[in-house]
Design a protein around this ligand. Structure first.
Ligand code: ADP
Ligand code: ZN
Length: 218
């Protein structure tokens, strides 16, 4: 049974959506560095405030701010017991190498590194139509998977909102940053022979089915 995953892919490629489905079914801990950072911001911590200055512009948050959050989370007993799906980390070559060192230290390894592939037009359409639940964080899309009741979360009834970095202008910036900063991470995993590629372009349940089939999850 695969327990530890790294999900790579552009903003809007569906990493978070597939990670939610996977963790709900198989019990791994979903570690999304974007969610960790947004939670820091919501808590009003200095780290959260600093991070949000980068996030609103679509820039990467400096490694020293992200890495502590990530390593704390990785070290938790539930992660040891249940495994993890890393979503949104590593995003730079430095982060990839750091993750490798962290896992080596704990005698852990990544079972599967997956790159979700989606073309640019669809990425932008998805990002700008994306709405999140304020309560449970569930991802909805006004264009493809609109909630049953307008602006209300299908899973928990919470209110939906648009992330401030999901405007068209910022989404375009994020795609540029992704190509430049995360491109080398993809090459790195490719060269080490670990990288697997899969489409991220399908409707979420269909995409999850393809994912499970491809990697032998039933
Ligand atoms: P998406 O993958 O859709 O861009 P995320 O929620 O993963 O959304 O990330 C939102 C923002 O959080 C990023 O644009 C960036 O500013 C910050 N962020 C998340 N993960 C990292 C990371 N590993 N390194 C640096 N910044 C990050
Ligand atoms: Zn909800």
């Amino acid at each position: 049974m695969l327990k530890t995953f790294v999900f790579l892919g552009a903003p809007g490629a569906g990493k978070g959506t597939i990670a939610e489905l996977l963790c709900a079914k198989y019990g791994q801990v979903h570690i999304a560095t974007g969610d960790l950072l947004r939670a820091e911001k919501a808590s009003g911590s200095p780290l959260g405030q600093q991070a949000s200055e980068y996030m609103v512009k679509g820039l990467l948050v400096p490694d020293e701010l992200v890495v502590t959050l990530l390593t704390n989370k990785l070290a938790s007993p539930e992660v040891k017991a249940r495994g993890f799906v890393l979503d949104g980390f590593p995003r730079t070559l430095n982060q990839a190498q750091l993750l490798q060192r962290e896992l080596d230290k704990d005698g852990l390894k990544v079972d599967l590194v997956v790159l979700f592939e989606v073309d640019r037009d669809l990425l932008l359409r998805r990002l700008t139509a994306r709405r999140l639940c304020k309560v449970c964080g569930a991802i909805h899309n006004m264009m493809f998977t609109p909630p049953k009741v307008e602006n209300v979360c299908d899973s928990c009834g919470g209110a939906l909102y648009q992330r401030s970095d999901d405007t068209l202008e910022t989404a375009i910036n994020r795609l540029g940053v992704y190509e430049q900063e995360t491109g080398p991470v993809i090459n790195w995993y490719e060269q080490s022979g670990q990288l697997r590629r899969i489409t991220g372009a399908l409707e979420k349940h269909a995409n999850f089915a393809v994912f499970c089939q491809e990697y032998g999850l039933e």
